[in-house]
Design a protein. Structure first.
Length: 319
């Protein structure tokens, strides 16, 4: 298997620093059993389902921009779903699972919805009559080596179809015994770097679909300055990891300043790892990425990246 065969997928060792690698390995160590059980139960669906590569072929040669819709706090603070709904935007919309129902209830039908998390509770993001109404119009991209069968069956019950991919866990080029490589051979589904979360996965898919530029909303990769840090999603993990030592817990968070949107934010070890991964992927890409969250921790100087208000993006890019 040559590196050319996974071109555009950004092999993990090319983009992970040591902290990100440590977090990735820790996550793998306690979730891999669940992921493999999920995959075993989904295997017939995976083998019979579409390949993400087919979706990429559909977009070949078609130009246009994309918006990735994440579920961070900025999405509500800045009314981004309302702004998107009122804009008449005709580009490609890729939504994380959490935002599918809110988008549909605003009258916005995403082109693509995605899931990488293996938790069966993710099925609640697909469990609504409005999903049943529109599922046949939306392409679901699911990670074959993680997604829960509860999610798969709820989406299929809604009348939706699935385009599958294999998350890259190791180096399928250099290592002939690579687990990723073997899962790819077993299922026939293409490999994709997920970057640890669905937002980065969707960015990578938008990149492979040839979308340019790619705008980000709801992808804060952190928290507003005024948030109660004890209510953040990974706080309990930091308490467990540090033994509850207040000073050690505090070191799990970092306060930063976004000079483009002139606001302070907090991030933590997990979101900071996600940020660094996405930043490196953006730098390696051949497309422009625009942070339209109007906040968050993603800000750096590079020709491939800029920050912009969502309204400005929607005025400049209609499709």
């Amino acid at each position: 298997m040559s590196k050319e065969e996974v071109k555009g997928h950004f092999l993990p060792e090319e983009i992970l620093d040591e902290n990100a690698k440590a977090i990735s390995e820790h996550t793998f160590s306690y979730k891999s059993f669940l992921w493999m059980r999920n995959m075993a139960q989904n295997m017939q669906r995976i083998l019979e389902g579409h390949n993400l590569a087919e979706l990429i072929d559909e977009y070949l040669g078609k130009r246009g921009s994309a918006i990735i819709v994440g579920g961070g706090p900025s999405i509500e603070r800045h009314r981004h779903l309302d702004i998107l709904a009122e804009s008449g935007y005709e580009g490609t919309i890729l939504a994380c699972d959490k935002m599918l129902i809110p988008l549909l209830k605003k009258g916005v039908i995403p082109d693509i919805v995605g899931t990488v998390d293996g938790d069966p509770r993710i099925a609640k993001y697909y469990d609504d009559p409005i999903v049943d109404k529109y599922a046949s119009e939306i392409k679901a991209v699911f990670c074959a080596n993680s997604v829960s069968p509860e999610v798969v069956e709820r989406w299929i019950k809604a009348g939706g179809e699935i385009w599958w991919f294999i998350a890259i866990w190791d180096d399928p080029v250099k290592n002939v015994k690579s687990v990723t490589r073997l899962l790819h051979f077993m299922t026939g589904k293409m490999m994709c770097n997920v970057g640890g979360n669905i937002g980065t996965t969707l960015w990578n898919i938008a990149y492979m679909l040839g979308r340019n530029p790619i705008a980000l909303i709801g992808m804060d990769l952190g928290y507003p300055e005024d948030i109660d840090l004890t209510k953040t999603p990974y706080y309990d993990a930091w308490v467990k990891m540090t033994g509850g030592d207040p000073e050690a817990i505090a070191r799990c968070f970092r306060r930063g300043y976004n000079p483009h949107f002139k606001c302070y934010y907090y991030t933590d070890l997990m979101f900071d790892a996600y940020r660094r991964i996405l930043e490196e992927m953006i730098k390696h890409a051949s497309v422009k990425t625009i942070n339209c969250t109007e906040g968050g921790s993603l800000h750096f100087k590079h020709p491939n990246f800029k920050c912009m208000k969502l309204k400005t993006f929607l005025r400049r890019y209609k499709r």
